[in-house]
Design a protein around this ligand. Structure first.
Ligand SMILES: [Zn+2]
Length: 352
């Protein structure tokens, strides 16, 4: 039915408009009462649209008055990489969620996005980054490191991050992203043509720095929520519920804060190892899903030359991507983490 454009809400117009790759479009709602500053990203990877759809739904509810921001502020970026989104693929010219940082001499589209996205992130206290994944599986959240003063990813807000992660909805949590990358980068340095830009980027010590790592580096806290398989309709509901729970937990809305989950429920895995796909004929031994258990020595896949790739110990496969481009992450190996999770971190209240 034709509709008078004047009567469409902002969010409905968003849904009908192809994003312009030359813009980073954001929507900010700032209450007159001070509070925490939240930013929610969708489609950092262009083929991961559950966050975009969930953000559109929340924007419509904010427009229609079903949700009211009563303190602090929230910024929504429905489509973070519009070029990738337009192409319906993970990346535009490269992966926006790696080597993310401002640069004086941008070399590609994602460098140019970073130059506006990074300052935007730095204006906020908390980031919720909404993604989906390739293989079927249950949703999970990725948290940063425990508090530490190390050189790789120093951090002081782990309790706040944990308490939010425990309230998003999904019960599966993963840690250990950046230090696993540091090892992966060392392995990559042994391979490939270092003159090629893709290789240069993937062997840069900052390769593992994406949106959440950048957010932590500027004093905020951040969670990546993997909402489900790319095509899974339920992933939109997971993303939507996570946004609503975050708004309530951070007390940006007057809804009752979501209760912490029962103690034994969350399942925290620690990423230990990343294995790259080297060749287009490298193939998995079976169809893997995230959180599939493996036994030490079990065959995970076979290289194109017949070399077996085996699990280093008892553990879990995470982020398997049977179609990973050669030179990119094929799968991660994880083990149960012994890190205690604190549900009572009183939401971040960061003074920066
Ligand atoms: Zn993603």
């Amino acid at each position: 039915m034709p509709q008078n454009p004047r009567h469409r809400t902002l969010a409905e117009r968003d849904m009908n408009t192809e994003p312009n790759p030359q813009l980073l479009r954001s929507h900010t709602f700032t209450a007159l009462r001070p509070g925490r500053r939240l930013i929610v990203l969708g489609a950092v990877h262009g083929n991961e649209v559950c966050g975009t759809r969930a953000i559109e739904r929340v924007l419509a509810e904010l427009d229609g008055g079903a949700i009211a921001i009563s303190s602090g502020s929230v910024t929504f970026v429905p489509v973070t990489n519009a070029l990738a989104y337009q192409r319906k693929q993970r990346v535009g010219e490269r992966n926006l969620n790696r080597n993310l940082r401002p640069t004086a001499a941008p070399a590609d589209h994602e460098d140019r996005i970073a130059n506006v996205l990074c300052p935007l992130l730095a204006q906020h206290d908390v980031l919720l980054d909404l993604h989906s994944f390739h293989a079927p599986g249950a949703p999970f959240a990725m948290v940063g490191p425990a508090d530490n003063t190390g050189a790789l990813e120093p951090f002081a807000h782990a309790a706040q991050e944990e308490s939010l992660a425990l309230r998003l909805g999904p019960r599966r949590l993963v840690e250990g992203w950046l230090d696993t990358y540091a090892v992966g980068v060392k392995n990559r340095l042994q391979r490939g043509d270092p003159s090629e830009r893709a290789h240069m980027l993937s062997t840069d010590p900052s390769y593992g720095i994406g949106t959440t790592e950048y957010m932590r580096s500027v004093g905020g806290c951040a969670i990546t929520l993997e909402c489900g398989q790319h095509e899974e309709p339920q992933a939109v509901e997971v993303a939507y519920r996570a946004i609503r729970n975050t708004l309530a937990h951070l007390q940006l809305v007057d809804d009752p804060p979501p209760p912490p989950p029962p103690c034994a429920e969350p399942e925290l895995l620690r990423l230990c190892e990343v294995t790259d796909r080297h060749h287009a004929d490298d193939h998995f031994a079976r169809v893997w899903a995230s959180y599939d258990r493996v036994r030490g020595g079990e065959l995970v896949g076979t290289r194109h030359d017949g070399t077996p790739v085996r699990a280093p110990a008892d553990g879990f496969i995470v982020f398997p991507n049977a179609k990973a481009l050669p030179g990119n992450e094929w799968f991660y190996f994880a083990q149960p983490s012994t890190r205690p999770l604190r549900a009572d971190g009183a939401g971040p209240s960061l003074v920066r």
